[in-house]
Write a protein that binds this ligand. Structure first.
Ligand code: FAD
Length: 285
């Protein structure tokens, strides 16, 4: 059980994979998981496609993690794309597949959805989903948190008050949005602990191994990029191997410092790459 690890371990180790777009690539992710499993992670999470696209693949990959890799699987799910019936079906499917852990999210507006359709979603927020999952199941429930506040929040205080709501509803752990400056995480931890949130928090670490990663996932997250990292990106703009090495080293430094500071957990956004995840794990843990 994921929950037990927080009492047993100094730092809980987990990582994230995402379902491949092409059906044919499902065996590639299975191979990646076979490699990540060798690190004995405490759990592996699987993302849920925007608006519920690819949701079948999320359940299939989570079942592989749980039953073939024999590692606890955490299946992401989003309020966007779910209603009462489809949520019940999804929980039943995960249960049939022995997956007992979920990451409950609101989700973002998929490109194919209009603003009206997005606003009309059945569950408005992650907290609405969490309430129902609590009522309908005994699942371990994780949720997202944002060391630099969620981009839509009016203030840090407002964002933390909704985080407190998720904690009060019974969330078992939080996983942070990616961040590249550990001091931001330490300040956030002080703020949430002062607000009475005692739930374990996994620090979400995204190794930047490609120059164009900043233009895609990082800009979507709204995470700030320290000068040290943007300098590396400028330096290795024409050197993919150099960028991969420097980006991995940057992540190793981040994780080493976070462990030293006693964070509850490290969650590596693996980008489906077992080699980088393995290198970080071996160097920092
Ligand atoms: P919420 O908790 O609903 O928060 C969204 C905004 O509303 C915030 O500003 C918050 O302060 C405010 N808010 C929260 N609760 C309430 C309330 N009850 N009333 C009013 N306002 C409220 N997206 C995917 O599509 N698939 C994934 O697999 C996925 N995995 C992710 C994993 C992690 C670790 C993280 C950090 C994000 C992930 N996302 C994923 C992206 C996520 O769906 C978006 O960041 C989304 O914009 C917010 O989701 P949330 O669960 O934090 O939303």
């Amino acid at each position: 059980m994921i929950k037990d690890n927080y009492n047993k371990k100094k730092t809980v180790f987990s990582c994230e994979v995402f379902p491949p777009k092409r059906n044919d690539d499902i065996y590639d992710i299975f191979k990646t998981l076979d490699e990540i499993k060798l690190l004995n992670p405490d759990f592996i999470s699987v993302t849920y496609g925007a608006g519920g696209s690819n949701s079948k693949k999320t359940a299939t990959i989570a079942a592989y993690i749980q039953n073939i890799c024999e590692v606890d699987a955490l299946a992401h799910m989003t309020a966007v794309g779910l209603d009462d019936n489809s949520l019940t079906e999804l929980l039943e499917e995960l249960n049939r597949k022995q997956v007992q852990n979920v990451l409950a999210l609101r989700g973002d507006k998929p490109r194919t959805m209009t603003d009206e359709e997005f606003d009309a979603r059945y569950y408005k927020h992650a907290s609405d989903l969490i309430k129902v999952i609590k009522d309908k199941s005994d699942m371990f429930i994780a949720a997202a948190c944002y060391p630099e506040s969620h981009p839509e929040s009016k203030s840090k205080e407002e964002d933390i008050s909704y985080l407190k709501l998720k904690a009060d509803l019974g969330v078992d752990s939080f996983i942070t949005q990616m961040f590249f400056d550990n001091d931001i995480l330490y300040r956030f931890m002080d703020d949430i602990r002062k607000a009475g949130i005692s739930v374990p928090v996994h620090a979400g670490i995204m190794p930047i191994t490609k120059v164009n990663q900043l233009g895609t996932s990082v800009s979507l997250s709204g995470s700030s990029v320290p000068k040290k990292l943007s300098n590396l990106i400028a330096k290795y703009a024409e050197d993919p191997e150099g960028m991969k090495k420097a980006g991995t080293e940057y992540a190793i430094e981040q994780v080493t410092d976070l462990i030293k500071h006693g964070v509850d957990g490290i969650h590596i956004y693996s980008m489906n790459k077992s080699d980088v995840t393995t290198e970080i794990y071996k160097a920092a843990f």
